[in-house]
Design a protein around this ligand. Sequence first.
Ligand code: ZN
Length: 318
Amino acid sequence: MNEPLFLKAVLQEKIWGGTKLHDVFNYDLPSDRVGECWSISAHPNGPSTVLNGPYEGMTLAEVWKEHRDVFGNVKGDVFPLLTKILDANDDLSVQVHPNDTYGLEHEGELGKTECWYVIDADEGAEIVYGHHAKTKEELESMIKEGKWTELLRRIKVKKGDFFFVPSGTIHAIGAGIMILETQQSSDTTYRVYDYNRKDDTGNPRELHIQQSVDVTTVPHVDAETGITTTQLENVEITTYVKTDFFNVYQWSITGNAVFEASAPYTLVTVLEGEGTLLVESGEYPLTKGTNFILPNDIKNWTIKGSLQIIASTPGTEM
Ligand code: ZN
């Protein structure tokens, strides 16, 4: 026992996807339009499978349901977090997600607060983050009249940037950006604008104007993150956000770094480098694109090597 749960990622084709999930992370892709890698997921639309140990072959959702002790016997019907890597070869639709109350009432699933770590971005690449409408009426009329240039707030991004995207924030990832997304385990998206694109069958993708107007925060408020950095022996820990839903960290490791658990369980994705995870039960190689969960009974671990890692833990509400 006391083994980390290594997870097999699920690759998802998208009309805006590309090949970087292979080129950069070496994942096997089913086509050259893969947009999302669901790295750590218990969501039915793309469940991760355990690759090792006593739960080998089970989905993360099954382990959550049948072996809650792995997660410190915390409560909750669904595993609360979802980690994805996105390759936006083209612009993603402009969208917004509901909060938990609206999501449960209208879609039967939780809302979605998410956050993004920019893994890489082309020169001049932009995201949509927020809007310029002052009232709901103004938001609705600008959407209906298609005044996208005036309505949408665009921000240039670069590698290493971090954005917190609470439910109710209008957002879109632009072409040429790769991000790691940590989010609530939900797949409810209200599409505001899709650049008038057609899907594989030649039809425009569905929009959800009324729901979008309902759930969008007006006026837009920039979410506070309060990023902090702590230097420990052989590791720099950046804390990006601490929220009700999740806490997200970066571990920049050079050498032998010793960690102590700060939560019932920890989700880990290796973004760069090579190294080894050392726990009581043994040693495990780590490489770019490796995803695992440190379960409740691993209270201490060592990671050695030269690695960039994004880690997350459940928030205070979960
Ligand atoms: Zn989103």
